[in-house]
Design a protein around this ligand. Structure first.
Ligand code: APR
Length: 238
């Protein structure tokens, strides 16, 4: 296997499942019982702000009741000990990677603990609810704060940085994502085209499994620590 210097990791809802946070698709998924168009689009927010704000208020409050699992901690260990380049791109809006200690990371779909002001465009850390229309701490605008979440139809965050990481990666690892939503679902093809090794760690085969050089099926809490041990062990032996 080629020397691995630069690693790009993509995570999805599956990495947080063992912490007790619901995924989107599959049994008891967040989208079960909701139509995405009613909840996760700018039009939905304009049409029914209370429903949308409340959906995210409930998910934000749920974060206080969950903790990072072994997969989050293993990635944080890799982040701390990997001497080469590493970037964790998460589609998740929870804060479990950070709470496990990950630093070299970004949220491409936004964060529950951040709010965006539609009046001034400012971004603020936010722990409480938004449904009651609080004033923006930056501009004082009333009712302008919305969840800092990338809705369907909006551009994911930091795509330039992600594209750069995809161009440089020696290894692309996808963890806990169904490969249902672009552009994230296309990252494996870009990485492979650029010559990277590609590995999938997922509970079930995903829509993109056939694009990966290797796919391991199982819970992230088991597969990710094993993989991190492999990477750090191989590095030490090199
Ligand atoms: N360990 C590993 N993988 C798991 C586990 C687990 N314990 N539990 C579930 N999975 C896998 C499922 O097999 C599935 O492939 O995680 C994946 C979750 O898929 P989705 O629910 O579609 O979540 P995700 O891929 O993150 O969705 C991508 O879609 O709705 C939008 O913006 C939202 O970021 C989200 C994006």
């Amino acid at each position: 296997m080629r020397d691995i210097e630069t690693i790009l990791v993509l995570t999805g809802a599956g990495i947080s499942a063992e912490s007790g946070l619901a995924t989107f698709r599959g049994p008891d998924g967040l989208w079960e019982g909701h139509r995405v168009e009613e909840i996760c689009t700018p039009q939905a927010l304009a049409r029914n702000p209370a429903l949308v704000q409340n959906f995210y208020d409930i998910r934000r409050a749920a974060l206080a009741k969950v903790v990072p699992n072994a997969a989050h901690h293993a990635l944080a260990r890799l982040d701390a000990e990997w001497p080469g380049e590493l970037l964790i791109v998460t589609q998740n809006v929870d804060d479990l990677h950070e709470r496990a200690g990950a630093r070299r990371m970004l949220h491409m779909h936004g964060e529950l603990k951040s709010a965006l002001c539609r009046e001034c465009g400012g971004r603020v850390r936010w722990e409480g609810t938004l449904a009651d229309g609080p004033a923006c701490p930056l501009c004082g605008g009333k009712g302008g704060l919305r969840p800092d979440i990338v809705f369907f139809g909006e551009m994911p965050y930091q795509m330039e940085r992600i594209e750069e990481a995809l161009a440089e990666a020696d290894l692309f690892v996808s963890i806990g994502t169904s490969g249902a939503v672009y552009p994230a679902a296309g990252f494996v093809q870009t990485a492979r085209y650029r010559g990277a090794e590609t590995l999938e760690l997922n509970l079930d085969p995903s829509a993109g499994s056939h694009f990966f050089h290797e796919s391991r099926v199982g819970p992230a809490g088991l597969l990710v620590p094993e993989w991190v041990d492999e990477m750090l062990g191989r590095r030490a032996a090199a």
